[in-house]
Design a protein around this ligand. Structure first.
Ligand code: ZN
Length: 248
């Protein structure tokens, strides 16, 4: 069994479909777990929501999903994000909005807890530092956790060394299968599908191979120009259009 782990699709249908196609080219995909921010920033919110519904994906809600449906205030968003989020909200149907509104903030799947930002604050907390990760490890019950929100592929590990708990963070490298081990707790971030921010503009995702007990980062090129053209036609902020090409 292989599970596709996605985050921060951000209404980028070109990136989403490229990722799913790439995963299927490599083998069967039995489930999709989506870590939120399905909408916001990009040009195709309805198409991305419907695609995930059709795939039967397990999803949690991110800040942009909640912002687009008016569940949280856009005053905490930067002006570009707020403008795009407002536009995204205006483009989705009542059914699509209701679907986003029905998503949980945290969910457990197998040995993983899924949350958009962090287990402590699924909506807003950015899990970037070892310190923040250390504070979050006691706050979920499963051995492993998956988060998104930073758009950067990261791994945090917590293990006992000589009776002391040690927390380490590292960037994930593509094409390196990482073994899930007993006694080592992990928080993984698959990076961003629709708006990567680690300097690599290719869409990012993780494959969880359940029988092998491994998780592996993949990077996939997609037609960035098509997404950018759609964004320009929608009148979305130029900064958001240009950042896709540089992966920031
Ligand atoms: Zn995001």
């Amino acid at each position: 069994m292989r599970v596709l782990l996605l985050s921060d699709i951000h209404s980028n249908y070109q990136a989403l479909t490229a990722v799913v196609r790439d995963a299927r080219d490599r083998g069967p995909v039995d489930a999709i777990w989506n870590l939120g921010d399905t909408v916001g920033y990009g040009p195709d919110p309805g198409q991305c929501v419907r695609f995930l519904q059709d795939e039967g994906a397990v999803s949690v809600a991110g800040n942009h999903d909640l912002g687009a449906i008016g569940r949280i205030s856009l005053s905490d968003f930067n002006p570009y994000a707020a403008a795009a989020c407002r536009w995204n909200g205006s483009q989705i149907t009542h059914e699509e909005a209701a679907f986003l509104g029905s998503l949980p903030l945290r969910v457990e799947e197998g040995p993983f807890t899924l949350a958009h930002g962090s287990p402590r604050d699924p909506v807003w907390e950015y899990l970037f530092s070892e310190d923040t990760a250390r504070q979050n490890f006691p706050l979920f019950n499963t051995p492993f956790c998956l988060v998104g929100h930073t758009h950067v592929p990261l791994a945090f590990t917590l293990e006992d060394r000589d009776g002391r708990q040690q927390c380490r963070g590292a960037l994930l490298a593509p094409e390196v299968p990482l073994k899930l081990e007993q006694g080592i707790r992990l928080i993984y971030n698959p990076g961003g599908v629709g708006q990567p921010r680690d300097g690599d503009p290719r869409a990012a995702y993780l494959i969880y191979d359940v029988s092998a007990g491994t998780v592996e980062l993949k990077r996939v090129p997609y037609d960035i120009a098509v997404t950018q053209e759609k964004m320009a036609r929608a009148g979305l902020p130029r900064f958001l259009i240009e950042r896709l090409a540089i992966g920031y």
